[in-house]
Design a protein around this ligand. Sequence first.
Ligand code: HEC
Ligand code: HEC
Length: 309
Amino acid sequence: MKQGALLVCAGAAVIGALVVALVMHNRIAHAPVAMVEAVTAEYGQHLIRNTALELGSGQSDPARRFTGNNLACASCHLDSGQMPGMLSLMQAASKYPAFSKRDGAEADLADRINGCMQRSMNGRPLDKDSVPMRAMVTYIEELGRRYEAMSESQRGGAEPAGFVEPARKANLEQGANVFRNRCMVCHGQNGEGLKATADLAHGYLFPPLWGTDTYNSGAGMARVLTAARFIKARMPLGQPTLSDDEAFDVAAYINVQQRPGMANLEKDYPDLKGKPVDSTYPPYADPFSAEQHRLGPFAPIREFYKKAE
Ligand code: HEC
Ligand code: HEC
């Protein structure tokens, strides 16, 4: 009896937490209002929030389908990039054009968006002059103007202290524990997420962390340090209370699971010395194993490059 009551309580608490998270993040009502397709910030924001509907499974014209998964840009750029802090898009416009070490070339904001299209969204690039691309650029530029007008306190955001990398190799068993205790309730037993509708036209309520319908092996999130920084700042959604060790281990656990592969990754970072230490794919300009690049420890790798300078 007692156990039954406990289970009911635990169940109610979990469902309560889910509803709070959904309401907080405006995920319940996806009112598909008629959206005017034009080069406006409003349409750009709509694309970043409803990416699956407009550029993925929900798009009936295959020529206009660009994403290879059904995440939304807003699955990582929370509140469609309006939330200050981790992966905010509020200051993105001011950073471009800039030299991209990954591409070995100058990249403007549209190129950077296409980077996320081909990697985080496992898709294909949009034509830089197309309406959807110009609308997303317009929206991100508008966020930049809004950021300029914000006060210092508004810009601060409300995040836990930044991730500090533990000086050790990530522990996958511990990561599995963190996943089961803190993530599985939303992201699913096999990291498969929770669909918003069966046909995926509206993407996910809780996006997948691994499997076939998520970010690919070339994405920033596939790197343990990038993922750990994001997870420490934002996850579990609405309750980001993980320690550095927990964030590090769970990030590693997620990223050793199977996910879509990206072709031609060996062409990334033409100057290999500029490759991030946690890049999971070869070649490298150092003698460390792929496993160490994937799981750490990273200090010896940094030390190697420092000495070589
Ligand atoms: C799986 C998570 C994920 C998804 C989905 C995603 N991104 Fe990103 N995005 C990232 C990460 C990680 C970075 C790199 C941040 C860094 O360089 O530290 C990034 C960087 C960017 C930047 C550059 C920001 C800056 O300040 O330099 C832009 C712009 C951007 N993304 C736009 C988009 C758009 C538009 C979409 C949808 C088409 C999208 N992203 C989907 C994870 C994601
Ligand atoms: C209360 C539900 C909930 C819990 C618990 C939760 N997440 Fe999330 N997570 C989300 C939602 C929702 C998003 C997408 C953001 C949005 O839609 O606003 C997300 C996005 C993500 C993303 C980026 C998108 C993707 O699909 O890769 C990662 C990575 C992630 N979560 C990891 C974790 C990890 C690791 C944990 C456990 C420590 C965790 N989450 C716990 C709800 C949750």
